[in-house]
Design a protein around this ligand. Structure first.
Ligand code: RIB
Length: 301
């Protein structure tokens, strides 16, 4: 039996490094094409599994080579894939360019991710887990049904509202843990988020809507933990950035694993910061996700 069920996307990431992002209408030359396992759902599943918790993934891939790549990588990271269905649609893909500063720009083609349906997440079909983890790269109606099913089963809900979009109040209210970045927080609340103080104000607006704990990821600025009792800014670890792709996913998987091991919230956010920082030091999404030993080494420094 798994501790965490991730309900979300699996993408083949088609990645090219560039010196700078092209302007509209401009053609520029990049480096070699890399085809790597990605997708926010699958990344978070692998991120948590590499920290030693047992993880199951629910989603869809196509009957194609990209589907094989994604399933193979999940399995080699000990993620249970029995709830990943193969669909007639193509496997989801992400076209990613990464610039010389490690920043990225991503275009998604949802493919089979767009076919994950409410029928896939009926309460009876969900395994008995301690935590369900969602993002927003599958249809929103499926996320809503799955969150309702998790609530019905008495399971804690962790939501990473990415990519940014407006959400029904019931989803925010039902979230035990809500983990937006600054852009997502701004979109969810309509409040400008430009520093730690404004992030705290916006996070409090989500608490007022019913979320229990809000953790805002702030990139190189670390993370902000906000509950009704506390607001705590936890700084980032300083590392040499190669590629920021999946840093947020590493943070979320790491945070989930630390919570399940029994860490207090602040300690779990510090652990997650270490996971996120290490993921930026390597190229690609799933290939960059750190294991437990690497995280513990950074924490000891
Ligand atoms: O969060 C990073 C991920 O976003 C990439 O792996 C890409 O697949 C997109 O889903």
């Amino acid at each position: 039996m798994a501790d965490v069920l991730v309900i979300g996307s699996l993408n083949a990431d088609l990645v090219v490094r560039v010196a700078r992002f092209p302007a509209p209408g401009e053609t520029i030359q990049g480096g070699d094409l890399a085809t790597l396992p990605g997708g926010k759902g699958a990344n978070q599943a692998v991120a948590a599994a590499r920290q030693g918790v047992s993880v199951a993934m629910l989603g869809r891939v196509g009957n194609d080579n990209f589907g094989d790549l994604l399933l193979d990588n999940l399995k080699s990271n000990h993620v249970d894939t029995s709830l990943v269905r193969r669909d007639a649609a193509a496997t989801g893909t992400a076209m990613i360019i990464v610039d010389q500063h490690g920043q990225n720009s991503i275009v998604l083609s949802p493919g089979a991710n767009g076919k994950v349906s409410p029928a896939d997440v009926e309460p009876a079909s969900l395994p008995d887990v301690k935590l369900v983890l969602f993002q927003l790269e599958i249809p929103l109606e499926t996320v809503l049904r799955a969150a309702a099913a998790a609530k019905k089963n008495g399971v804690r809900i962790m939501l990473n509202p990415a990519p940014a979009r407006a959400l029904p109040e019931e989803l925010i209210a039902g979230s035990d843990f809500l983990l937006p970045n600054e852009t997502e927080l701004n979109l969810l609340t309509g409040q400008p988020v430009k520093d730690v103080a404004s992030a705290e104000g916006a996070a409090r607006a989500l608490l007022a809507k019913g979320a229990q704990t809000v953790i805002v990821t702030l990139g190189a600025n670390g993370a902000l933990l906000v509950t009704k009792d506390e607001a705590k800014h936890i700084p980032a670890f300083k590392v040499q950035v190669v590629d920021t792709t999946a840093a947020g996913d590493a943070f979320i998987g790491g945070f989930a694993s630390a919570l399940l091991r029994g860490d207090e919230l602040e300690q779990a956010v510090r652990y997650a910061n270490a996971c996120g920082a290490l993921a930026t030091t390597k190229f690609g999404a799933q290939p960059s996700l750190p294991n437990k030993e690497e995280v513990e080494r950074l924490l000891r420094k």
